[in-house]
Design a protein around this ligand. Structure first.
Ligand SMILES: [Zn+2]
Length: 331
């Protein structure tokens, strides 16, 4: 039986990375841009490894050129999420792709995305919040400009600041200024770490950037003392098992450490990262975990409650979501 219709909260989804390939192909055609090289024979995204994936990702985003494009993209992605039972989603959005980190342009893109999110909330019952995201391999100077965009637009819709991209470039402390600025603006903090680098990098990230959540963080499992520290400190992991498996971090679902992390008391949540790139969806992630780890409804309810506690949203939104879950679980 599929868990598709069960309510779900997702904390780790890259807006451009969630773009359906058909949507990107259609937009490229409208604009007469040739990006046929990024697709495989079946029309999906084609890449060989994580670093190639980053290149293909940036090529796909090259067709997203206006606030209206991002309005359409946001709606397309929210429709897909809602169809998978997602009632609340936090999406990473990047001023790098929305007007090249220019604050005036960013406000226009943001306005378009906010309108799309409000439309989806009315029509589909899915709530979205945005996490402004710096791209690590673009370097610390551009991250500062991104942080400024985040701080200037923090509010009901923009509620967090994060960083993704190539984890092997630069050190966490190089970005401390940007994260301090975002924190002072009242934004929640999450950082991708412990995907391509190990436990030491997770420790450096926690010290330098003080996030409440880590994107991935799964390689903490290589150091059980660190796993216990994460559990004690209540650091929440945004785990994306399907992404990790497709990118070759772990050979299969049974070998993925999410079960061990959960059993040892770490606050884990489940997300899809860049679903069409990894041939996944929230429903598929839950179904595969139920099969591989024999997780029952109680575990999935715990995942949702952990995500709800860790969500970067205001108290009213959290209370509304809590009520929705309560009603679903009372049935
Ligand atoms: Zn990610």
């Amino acid at each position: 039986m599929s868990l598709k219709s069960n309510p779900k909260l997702e904390l780790h989804l890259h807006l451009e990375g969630a773009a359906p390939p058909a949507f990107i192909r259609g937009l490229a055609k409208e604009k007469h841009i040739d990006i046929s090289g990024i697709f495989d024979a079946r029309g999906g995204y084609a890449y060989t490894d994580f670093w190639h994936f980053l290149k293909i990702y940036e090529a796909a985003t090259s067709v997203l050129q206006s606030p209206m494009d991002f309005h359409r993209l946001t709606l397309a992605v929210l429709e897909e999420s809602a169809a998978n039972g997602v009632i609340y989603t936090e999406m990473f959005i990047s001023p790098d792709f929305c007007g090249g980190r220019d604050l005036g342009a960013w406000r226009e893109y943001l306005h378009a995305m906010t309108e799309a999110a409000e439309q989806a909330e009315r029509d589909l019952g899915i709530t979205m919040r945005g996490i402004v995201t710096a791209i690590r391999h673009f370097g610390p100077d551009k991250a500062r400009e991104t942080a400024r965009c985040a701080a200037e637009t923090a509010g009901r819709f923009i509620t967090g600041f994060g960083m993704g991209g190539d984890e092997k470039i630069c050190e966490p402390k190089d970005f401390a200024w940007s994260f301090d600025m975002a924190r002072e603006a009242g934004l929640g903090i999450t950082v991708h770490a412990g995907e391509w680098r190990g436990p030491e990098h997770i420790r450096d990230t926690l010290t330098a950037l003080r996030p409440s959540r880590l994107g991935h963080g799964v390689r903490a499992i290589e150091d059980l003392a660190l796993v216990d520290e994460l559990a004690e400190q209540g650091i929440v992991l945004e785990v994306c098992p399907g992404s990790n498996i497709v990118l070759g971090l772990y050979p299969d679902w049974r070998a993925h450490p999410i079960g061990q992390l959960y059993d040892r008391g770490v606050k884990v949540t489940v997300s899809t990262d860049d679903p069409p790139f990894f041939h996944t969806s929230m429903a598929r992630e839950w179904d595969r975990l139920a099969d591989a780890l024999e997780w029952d409804d109680g575990v999935f309810q715990t995942l949702n409650r952990t995500a709800l506690d860790a969500a970067f949203c205001d108290a009213d939104t959290r209370a509304t979501l809590a009520k929705t879950l309560e009603q679903a679980y009372a049935r």
